[in-house]
Design a protein around this ligand. Structure first.
Ligand SMILES: [Zn+2]
Ligand SMILES: [Zn+2]
Length: 371
């Protein structure tokens, strides 16, 4: 597929970002495009707002999977593009418009000229939340399309165009959202003894849970607890009856994630007694680590040796990705694709360089044929 056509597709997808499991226009766009391809080797099936596409291979001993996530974010775009999002407060700010375009590019080439192996493209909804990888993997449809190996890419704003990067083993951390609600008794600012003040309880709690990272996590393991938002009270001279903390937990190992959650719950029980209040904890969406299969990464590195693009080994990141659920059950890997944007992922000014689209298509196609 020519570069201009990739740019057109990317810009059209960029204009219609939708949130997890609401990707109806996106799904229709993808289906309409797939319909224009030679159909003789294709099987296409919808799964919720996602799609499975199978390309029959020439030999077909194995099935190789390629996963592209398709959802956008609840964000107001500030790129100034003339092809900016037409959906209010929605933006493709994580590069999933790139991921889909690259998948369509590779699919076009394979539909015209199949690989030796069968190939399955998984257009997966809801990566940003509530999480589409886990239910897609568990679906009835997946039984018919299940690949033997699987890989995916993610755009990397900090890497130059023409560079791809990954590493064996742990690539992305374990992540969990964290929402904590405090309920006590409010009252007059001058009568604290008649109240159970949730501003005081929640503030102390924020400071206290940092001790979990410092004192309860193995120093050779690693964890981050960040509270990014606090909400409490109504006005300056009333003691607050409610408080809410919103944050995230990141850990290197799944064991540390379980341990940190357990410690937070213990601290919460203690605070309930000490502050005469009720504390409820909700973990929102949780993502399992992205753990790359060593053997498949080594295969990929060998494939990159004959690629016109450059490869470098990456570092581990404390970001999360629900592709980790697929890698838990199917050997494979994720790699970074350099897109050279000054703004990072999830920023309203993310502007990935479209020259990277062709790099992505070439790399995915080559990997599907040679893995
Ligand atoms: Zn994202
Ligand atoms: Zn993403």
């Amino acid at each position: 597929m020519e570069k201009e056509q990739l740019v057109t597709i990317r810009r059209e997808l960029h204009q219609i970002p939708e949130l997890g499991f609401e990707e109806h226009k996106t799904q229709q766009y993808l289906l309409d495009y797939i319909q224009t391809l030679p159909q003789s080797s294709l099987t296409v099936e919808k799964w919720r707002t996602g799609i499975f596409v199978r390309v029959e291979g020439n030999v077909g001993e194995r099935t190789i999977g390629y996963r592209a996530d398709i959802d956008g974010l609840p964000l107001t775009e500030e790129t100034g593009y003339d092809f900016s999002s037409t959906h209010r407060d929605r933006m493709h700010a994580c590069g999933h418009d790139f991921h889909m375009t690259i998948a369509l590019g590779a699919l076009s080439r394979l539909a015209a000229n199949p690989a030796d192996d069968h190939v399955v493209f998984l257009f997966q909804p809801a990566e940003e939340g509530p999480g589409g990888a886990e239910p897609m993997l568990a679906s009835e449809e997946m039984k018919r399309y299940r690949p033997d190996l699987i890989f995916a890419l993610h755009v990397a704003p900090e890497l130059p165009v023409g560079t791809v990067s990954t590493k064996p083993g742990l690539l992305f951390a374990n992540t969990s959202e964290l929402f904590i609600d405090f309920k006590g008794i409010g009252g007059h600012a001058a009568y604290p003894h008649l109240t159970h003040d949730m501003v005081v309880a929640a503030s102390a709690f924020v400071a206290h849970i940092q001790q979990i990272v410092a004192r309860r996590v193995d120093p050779l393991d690693s964890a981050v607890i960040t509270i990014g938002k606090i909400e409490a009270g109504t006005v300056q001279n009333i003691i607050a009856q409610y408080a809410r903390l919103e944050g995230t937990i990141r850990t290197l190992s799944p064991e540390a994630m379980d341990g940190v959650k357990n410690e937070i719950e213990k601290v919460a029980r203690g605070y309930e007694i000490a502050n005469d209040c009720r504390i409820s904890i909700d973990y929102g969406s949780n993502y399992h680590q992205v753990f790359n299969d060593e053997e498949q990464v080594r295969r990929f590195e060998t494939i990159m040796e004959t690629s016109p693009y450059s490869y470098q080994e990456s570092k581990m990141a404390m970001t999360g990705e629900d592709f980790g659920y697929m890698l838990k059950e199917i050997p494979g890997f994720m790699f970074w694709l350099g897109v050279d944007s000054r703004s990072g992922l999830h920023q309203s000014t993310l502007m990935p360089n479209e020259e990277a689209l062709l790099v992505g298509v070439d790399t995915v196609e080559k990997t599907l044929r040679e893995l």
